[in-house]
Write a protein that binds this ligand. Structure first.
Ligand SMILES: *Cc1c(COP(=O)(O)O)cnc(C)c1O
Length: 219
């Protein structure tokens, strides 16, 4: 079955990868299904998409257990801020967390992954624009925080994630994230959304998080 929004974005990912002389398979498309329910999500799964993103634990808990029962090979990524009292639920429901951004949550995630015997793929969120209202570690503190995740909590961090300021050219932010990843020996970059995923892929994104370009405008 074909889903027009998904097809358009998959073609866009392939085109951007080729433009950057990268293998299209080196980019994972995360379909961001926040605010959408089963009837809108199922056609995207049926069209072959298997990696999805949600920004709220509570909302994901309401719709994904049933969908995962029907499609056990679906991979679910948490891309929104995590409160420590939701850590156990998040580790149970999700396969990856993109928003590790402070020592307390790193410790909680480490503890829950051990307890549940479930290792998740983890990204540290970096607040590349240093926006006070936005989550993420300050770029100047990223190296130390990554060391702390490894040495104090035994966490294996796969890569970095950022959300550039809405009104700025995202490219310098993507480049900064790539540079921090490079000097810390991290291979994965979660960056790029509906409006800027081709630019993110040009800067080395391995995971793009695309919602409205697939599902349509959120209500
Ligand atoms: C909603 C969201 C996205 C997707 O945004 P679109 O502009 O709809 O593609 C990506 N990343 C995060 C963290 C989000 O919350």
């Amino acid at each position: 079955m074909v889903h027009e929004g998904l097809k358009k974005v998959l073609n866009g990912v392939v085109a951007a990868a080729q433009e950057a002389n990268r293998a299209p398979e080196s980019v994972t498309l995360i379909a961001v299904s926040k605010t959408f329910d089963g009837p809108e999500i199922v056609p995207v799964i049926e069209a072959g998409q298997r990696v999805f993103g949600e920004n709220r634990v509570q909302e994901a808990k309401g719709k994904w257990p049933a969908l995962k029962m029907a499609w056990p090979d679906v991979e679910l990524h948490l891309i929104g801020p995590l409160q420590s009292n939701k850590t156990a639920e998040a580790v149970q429901l999700f396969d990856a967390i993109h928003t590790v951004d402070r020592p307390k949550i790193a410790g909680e995630i480490a503890k829950e992954m051990r307890k549940q015997g479930k290792p998740l793929k983890l990204f540290v969120q970096v607040n590349t624009g240093r926006e006070p209202q936005k989550a993420g570690i300050d770029p100047a503190e990223a190296d130390a925080f990554l060391r702390e995740c490894r040495d104090a909590h035994g966490l294996e961090i796969a890569g970095l994630m950022c959300i550039p300021p809405a009104e700025e050219d995202p490219k310098p932010h993507f480049e900064l994230l790539a540079e921090i990843a490079r000097r810390n020996g991290l291979s994965q970059l979660s960056m790029g959304m509906s409006g800027d995923y081709p630019a993110a892929i040009a800067c080395g994104a391995t995971h793009v998080r695309v919602g409205s370009a697939i599902f349509g405008t959120r209500g």
